[in-house]
Ligand binder design. Structure first.
Ligand code: GDG
Length: 465
């Protein structure tokens, strides 16, 4: 079995406990532990003239952490990756700030990463790059002579060609992708979007098996919908029953229904629309006043990007307005929390929530939707309200599917969910749980690595006639 090398912006350190590290980090660490492997990423630090990476070992996993030049790091992370690519891939054209200097800084970071990674590689290694921060990395490694297999997984949506074409560097970015052997996207929709761009705008060709030809390169593009560690969530949720935290939560609700949302504080997650829809529920269906409490957990993220600071202010105003209008002396409709909780606490909250509100404007997959399903009590499950624009909507067809731009429609769905009879709740939950249990994070990891190990020549030789 080839040694696996994972590259990602942040690396889950060996000391980070499973409960804190998150499902993806834990799954990647397991995959590395099984085969023996190397995890390469940013150290979280900046320094002019950065030294070579810090390398250390823990069990069968070697970690290599690279420090970055401060200006490169800014141009790469807050500039191009999160100021241009993130909004672009989430269809927020108005939020894009594109600067050539950022694009150059973004490329320099991949170049730098390739130069410090190359001496750590052996020719038989399989490299798996994660996410939009490092798209040019394969091209840079190829320049330095690495010929082994390199895969890329894009955790966020791939936009349709009309949207993608607004990025001035679109052609170079897709050319960069062609240096991978395998490009993984979350959904079939994303795959279609990228293939359409390649055939209609980049003069590439497409053949069965996800094979793509672009200039002299041949590679594959396939969808790998990411999953969660379902067993861990089932376990944590069950274990929470009767514990102190659950009792405190129950006591605080005083018999009221709970509607829960858990999202990073990010404009792609549609939080203002969700708040507005909750306000509309209380306005249009007054029977729910004093009977339902919404809890929105929203840890702050990317505060170095102006859009995120503005969103935080907007939500504070909206949340305050809802509570100001509807609260009673013994009931606060909206609990809004800008902090993170341990996974076990989240599991307990999910399990006690009659509604799970997952209403992003765009989302690659959305793991919270799957975690909410896994944490439910099978005898009395809650209802998932899910945006049609989350990748998870393809699989979780038992959810109440909503359009997050339709505030009244969402309020209607919240009402339907709150009134849904037990039998229907069970049926819908079962359909969702079947998907969550079958396509776990472990299957996702294995599938990607298995496909990456298949040589592209094994597939058809040329374009579809
Ligand atoms: C990107 C894509 C894709 C959140 N608050 C707390 C907490 N979380 C955990 C959740 C969940 C994870 O963070 C968030 O994952 P999502 O999938 O919901 O969203 P992104 O962070 O935007 O992730 C997304 C994902 O990559 C994977 O490919 O699904 O579409 O945007 O696991 O539980 N965890 C803890 N406390 C919190 O307060 N412990």
């Amino acid at each position: 079995m080839a040694r696996l090398v994972i590259v990602s912006n942040r690396v889950a350190s060996p000391k980070e406990r499973a409960a804190k590290a998150g499902g993806l980090a834990v799954a990647l660490r397991e995959a590395l532990g099984q085969r023996g492997g190397l995890w390469f990423g940013w150290s979280g630090e900046t320094q002019t003239d950065p030294p070579p990476p810090k390398v250390f070992r823990s069990g069968r996993v070697t970690y290599a952490l690279q420090t970055l030049d401060p200006e490169d790091q800014r141009a790469h992370y807050a500039g191009y990756a999160n100021g241009a690519l993130w909004p672009l891939c989430h269809y927020r054209l108005g939020a894009i700030s594109y600067r050539r200097a950022d694009w150059l800084g973004y490329r320099r970071v991949s170049e730098h990463f390739a130069r410090s990674l190359m001496p750590l590689l052996t020719p038989d290694d399989t490299v798996w790059v994660h996410d939009y921060h490092f798209i040019p990395l394969a091209a840079e490694l190829r320049k330095l002579g690495f010929e082994g297999r390199i895969g890329y997984f894009h955790h966020i949506p791939w936009p349709t060609p009309e949207v993608f074409l607004t990025l001035p560097s679109h052609a170079a970015l897709v050319q960069d992708l062609s240096h991978y052997d395998l490009v993984g996207l979350q959904t079939e929709h994303d795959v279609r979007a990228l293939l359409t761009y390649i055939s209609s705008e980049a003069h590439g060709w497409i053949a069965p098996g996800g094979v793509v030809g672009l200039r002299e390169r041949r590679f594959r593009i396939l969808s790998f919908p990411i999953g969660i560690d379902a067993a861990a969530f089932v376990h944590d949720a069950k274990a929470s029953v009767g514990r102190d935290e659950e009792r405190r939560l129950e006591a605080s609700l005083a018999g009221r229904a709970l509607a829960v949302g858990v999202d990073r504080l990010d404009y792609s997650k549609g939080l203002p629309n969700k708040f507005a829809a909750f306000g509309e529920l209380l306005n249009a269906y007054p029977e729910h006043r004093s009977k339902v409490t919404m809890m929105q957990i929203a840890p702050v993220s990317r505060e170095e990007v102006a859009e995120y600071r503005a969103l935080r202010r907007e939500l504070e105003e909206l949340g305050g307005a809802i509570n100001g209008e509807y609260a009673e002396f013994d009931w606060v409709p909206l609990r809004y929390l800008n902090k993170a909780f341990p996974r076990a606490t989240l599991a307990a909250i999910y399990r006690n929530a009659r509604l799970g509100l997952v209403t992003p404007l765009r989302d690659g997959m959305n793991l919270v939707a799957k975690e909410y399903v896994a944490a439910q009590n099978p005898k009395d499950p809650g209802v998932l309200v899910l945006s049609r624009f989350a990748g998870a909507a393809d699989e979780l067809t038992g959810a109440l599917i909503v359009n997050p731009y339709d505030i009244e429609g969402m309020a209607e769905a919240f009402n339907v969910g709150l009134r849904m009879p037990l039998e229907e709740r069970k049926e819908r939950w079962r359909a969702n749980m079947d998907k969550v249990e079958t396509n776990t994070i472990h299957e996702w990891c294995e599938n990607f690595i298995a496909e990456l190990s298949r040589p592209v020549d094994q597939f058809t030789a040329g374009p579809e006639s």
